[in-house]
Design a protein around this ligand. Structure first.
Ligand SMILES: Cc1cc2nc3c(=O)[nH]c(=O)nc-3n(C[C@H](O)[C@H](O)[C@H](O)COP(=O)(O)OP(=O)(O)OC[C@H]3O[C@@H](n4cnc5c(N)ncnc54)[C@H](O)[C@@H]3O)c2cc1C
Length: 426
């Protein structure tokens, strides 16, 4: 008998399992994949970026989105479908664009991000985790006065919450990241966050799975979670493995199923506003890694990030609200390769680039669901959208503290818990 079952072994589930096991709980992790971190946590942008905690939904976005609606190459692409969930998400997104909600959501994300980044450092050191981690900071650069002004405003809000996102000149940006020297004439200004980090999320999940096993966590891979049932208020999990179905339960069940959380919870009457936001990454095996960036870089105009992961360069971005398909749009990826070539022409290896697409579990506010539900044994840790790698370690600890009846060290701001009929903490 297990104390807790964690559904999903992405970066959020694996961190939740870790902190529960650290607290002495006997934990079972279930996942349909053969390995941990094999879906959205597989090839993301690699940034541990508290400085990227600005919600998509902000007062300026609505104007931009209107312009992007009919542009096939826009950073945010909305493909309307006869899908009430998509429209509900969009309505929520428009609502969250209000200035006061934007500020509140930004505050929540920065605070959880700072807590998570701090814990990640501790966990990495304690277990000597190897995942191509770099502590070289994150540089955001802007190509025009207006976007730079907006960034200054967001950076000031973030600094007020304790994130050291500094506004810097073009000269300082080039000093910080000399690989951008040839772009100097196109860079209007930049921000730099020295404490932000980067690393390979998939390698982290693999390393953490080993740590979890050593702490006594049991993993059952290739298990398909077919449904969640409830009887007298207690939830159980119907799984399918090797042609057999089974129903299992535990005193605590955590849903960390990324973009698929909503579908499985719906029949229980737990209604989450999560919609998949498809994004792409390309991974370039650099022939000349010294010509690439030494810190992680974000190009605000194209909304893409560039992260060195060992001898490879990971570029990621774009968001398509178009359902659950992870089919690769070659044309979109080739455009990304061209952007990468333009920014870092001397790295080489472009012809061997690998393409990948993943589904960000996006909430309209960007703020994840972390907390209790109306069912005493059912908990949520999902909806981390663009920031699951940044927030995962902290989210896992926050939820494990709630489950274990501890007051989380991190104090929440804003709405983090839905359908909570029980007081989790004051
Ligand atoms: C292009 C792109 C770039 C990104 N860049 C960054 C970045 O730089 N920094 C950052 O912080 N975040 C980034 N993200 C976001 C981040 O990757 C996600 O927020 C994070 O991976 C979500 O983790 P998760 O554990 O919630 O979901 P997942 O990693 O998807 O894990 C969910 C798990 O549940 C399992 N599962 C689902 N349904 C079932 C079922 N029915 N039965 C059994 N198992 C099931 C899946 O197999 C999976 O392992 C990026 C995302 C994308 C797409």
């Amino acid at each position: 008998m297990f104390d807790a079952i964690v559904l999903g072994s992405g970066v959020v589930g694996i961190n939740t399992a870790y902190w529960l096991a650290k607290a002495g709980r006997k934990v079972l992790v279930l996942d349909r994949q053969p390995l941990a971190g094999n879906e959205t946590s597989f090839a993301n942008g690699g940034q541990i970026s508290v400085s990227f905690a600005e919600p998509w939904a902000n007062p300026g976005t609505l104007v931009k989105v209107a312009g992007w609606l009919f542009d096939n190459h826009a950073p945010l692409l909305f493909r309307p479908r006869p899908d009430p969930d998509q429209w509900r998400w969009l309505a929520g997104f428009i609502w969250q664009c209000q200035p006061w909600l934007y500020r509140r959501n930004l505050g929540s994300l920065v605070q959880l991000g700072l807590y998570s980044r701090h814990l990640l450092k501790q966990v990495r050191q304690e277990h000597d985790l190897q995942y191509q981690a770099r502590e070289n900071g994150i540089l955001h650069f802007y190509r025009d006065a207006k976007s730079f002004e907006n960034a200054k405003y967001a950076a000031a809000l973030m600094r007020a919450h304790g994130c050291n996102r500094r506004v810097i000149s073009t000269e300082r940006a080039i000093e910080t990241e000399p690989a951008l020297q040839h772009m100097a004439s196109q860079i209007f200004g930049a921000t730099f966050t020295p404490e932000d980090e980067s690393g390979d999320c998939h390698l982290y999940c693999q390393a953490m799975a080993e740590v979890c096993k050593n702490l006594g966590v049991t993993f059952r891979f290739n298990y398909d979670i077919e449904a969640l049932h409830q009887q007298q208020g207690m939830v159980s999990v119907q799984v399918h493995h090797n042609g057999h179905s089974d129903v299992i339960t535990a005193p605590q069940i955590v849903v960390a199923l990324g973009s698929y959380s909503r579908q499985l919870l719906k029949p229980l009457g737990v209604s989450l506003n999560i919609y998949p936001a498809k994004g792409y990454s390309i991974t370039v095996p650099m022939q000349n890694p010294t010509a690439g960036p030494q810190c992680s870089v974000t190009d605000d105009k194209h909304k893409v990030v560039f992260t060195p992961l060992g001898n490879e360069l990971r570029m990621a971005g774009t968001a398509e609200l178009s359902g659950y398909s992870t089919e690769i749009n070659e044309e979109r990826c080739e455009r990304m390769v061209a952007q990468c070539r333009q920014l870092f022409p001397a790295i080489g290896g472009f012809e061997r680039s690998r393409f990948w697409a993943g589904l960000r579990p996006a909430t309209p506010s960007n703020v994840p669901y972390i907390g209790a539900t109306r069912y005493p044994n059912l908990w949520l840790n999902t909806g981390h959208g663009t920031l699951g790698w940044t927030l995962g370690c902290g989210s896992g600890k926050v939820l494990a503290d709630m489950i274990c009846g501890e007051r989380p060290a991190w104090q929440r701001q804003g709405e983090m818990t839905v359908h909570s009929t029980r007081k989790v903490y004051e």
